[in-house]
Each structure stands twice: as C-alpha cells, then as structure tokens.
Design a protein around this ligand. Sequence first.
Ligand code: SF4
Length: 366
Amino acid sequence: MKVAMPHMGHIYVPLRTLFREVGVEMVVPPLNSRRTLTLGAKHSPEFVCIPFKLTLGNFIEALEMGADTLVMAAGPGLCRFGYYAKIQERILRDQGYHFEMVTTELFESKLMGVANLVKRLSNGAPTQKVLAAIRFGLAKLGTLDELERVLHQVRATEAEKGSADQVFQQALAAIDGADSRAALKEIKNRYLMKLQQVERDGETEPVVVGITGEFYVVLEPFSNMDLERELGRLGAEVRRTTFVSEWMKFSLFLNAFGLSEKDRIHQAAAPYLRRDVGGDGWESVGDIILHSHDYDGLIHVAPFTCGPEIIAQNIFPAIKTRIPVLTVICDEQMGRAGMLTRLEAFVELLRRRRARKGLAVAALVP
Ligand code: SF4
C-alpha cells in the first residue's frame, strides 16, 4: 500500500513520520507548484475554491508517483469542504486512475478516529504502536510550529534577507529525519538557538501584521503567494493564531472535554455575527476584534468564491476597529506583481500610521 495525502504547509513531515513508524509507505507529492495548480484547476469545477484545486492537483501528482491509496478528511460541515473527497474521487476515476479513497471524519471521530484509520492503513498495527506514532508525529508538528513562530519574528529584522528561511529549511530537513523524541528535542534546541543567532538589523522597528482568514490559505504558502515571507522581506513581523498543532490539540483531545479554542473568538465576534457561517468566517470576524490592539494592521486571506470568508469580508467595514484591514483573494488568476504592490503599499501605510502615532505621543509628553 502506498498512501498519499494532500499538502498543507509542512504537515507532510509529521504525517510521513506517523506512517513510517507503523510501517506504511507514504508517497509525498512534490510541494505545491504552478503545475499542481494547473493540473487541479484543469479538472475542477470552475467556481470551486483554490483548496479543492490544489488538493486535487496533489492527488494527481501522487498517483503519477505510484500512490494507490488517497486519504482525505471529510464529513458534515457548513461549507463544501465536506464534499471534497466524494467529488475528487469521482473526477479522478473519470480520468482513469485506479486507487482506494479513504476518508476520515476528523471533527466527529477525534483521536480514536485517527488511530482507527492508521490501524486500518497499517493492516492492524498494535494500538500502542499506533498511539506512540501519533504522539511522535504531533511532537514534530509542535516543534515545527514553535520554530515557525520564531521565524516570523526573526525574518522581520534579519540583516541579510533570507538567512532565517535558510535556517528554517535546515530545521525542516533535520526534523523530518529525526527518529526519536530525544533527537527531536536536541534538534529543536539547536535550531531555536540558530534562529536567535541570525544577524539582526538593530535599526529596524518592525510593524506587526496579523494574518487571519480561511484555514487552508492561511497555512499553505503557495496558495497565498508566500505572503508571510514577503511581509518579512518588507520588514513586517507576522503574527497569527492559526497553527495546525493548536488546531490538532483541541480537535483531537480538548474538544472532547468541552474545551474549545474558539469560545473567546466567537464571543468577540458576537456583536456582529452570532452564528457559524461555515469554514472560518466566524473566526475571521472575531480575530479582528480580539487582536486590534496587538497588531498595526491585519491581512485577511480568502479563497475566491469562499462563502464564509465573503460573509466575513462584508462585515469588516461595520466593525469599529482601529487597524487597517487588507483582504487578499486567492485563486489561480492571482498575479504576483499586483499582490506585492498591494503588500508594499499596506506595510508603508502601517509604518506611517505608527510614525504619526509616535509624534502624537511625543507631543503629549511635557
Ligand atoms: S471554507 Fe471556503 S475555501 Fe475552505 S473549503 Fe469551505 S468554501 Fe472552500
């Protein structure tokens, strides 16, 4: 059996570990590229969102590499994500591919659902072994997210642009190869130190830009034209609350005990939106209210035709927030030059607002 799953950020690293630990071969398709998107868009319904097109492209590339089992999250929900697996399966069969489609209802079945899925794919590996593999995969995921948070800070003030990313890429490869919890811990400490040691430009005072929006386009750099890296290049420090490790912690464990990471954000959104509108629309509205004092500005990333994010975008102008918001719509028609121009103008606007605020404060001090 050769198992494949779609890409979303660096989630392939913990997944590869998880499957390796239980003796299942995982086919990792090439990272998202123009080819992936072209393949996916060619076979997708025209108005479907970019996560559908890219994940379909991943499946095609994985099948070309010999994958015979495709794994996809599915299940009931308020947006079309719940139907992705069924529709993608039909499209791929129409194209003549032979494979088994395995779906998992993550939201419903939680940790035991994932364990049962891994058990099934591994032809009945012992439960202890499966749970240990999941724990090790989650530890890698947590390590990657911790390093990425530091990367966001360092990028904004590094003296030589790109140095922090080089360290992060080395860390990614080392974490991918780590074969024990002890090795992982050593790698984490080593690369946290290396990131902190990247030479900084002491003159730069970074503006802080929050990122919110639809889960997939926030986390998959190719889908948003790597906007976090571009913001870092422009000297802006990126902050976001969406990380896969956080989401997993609640979805797999804490939600089952009645704890939800979203209560606070939903309460904040309540004056403008009181119910779930599917996807991450409710959270996008809450995010801007909850963090308007932490950020200089907010970038809202939304896939073209995504209903939940269109609702959020239409609510933003009514929100009495003190920070500017820029919505970036992601799809295959998105142009790099136009996106970079908008980012440059946005960061410059935030710098000027901050400088004006500094002057106003200075005028008040006797
Ligand atoms: S939230 Fe939006 S982009 Fe994401 S799957 Fe649903 S409709 Fe598509």
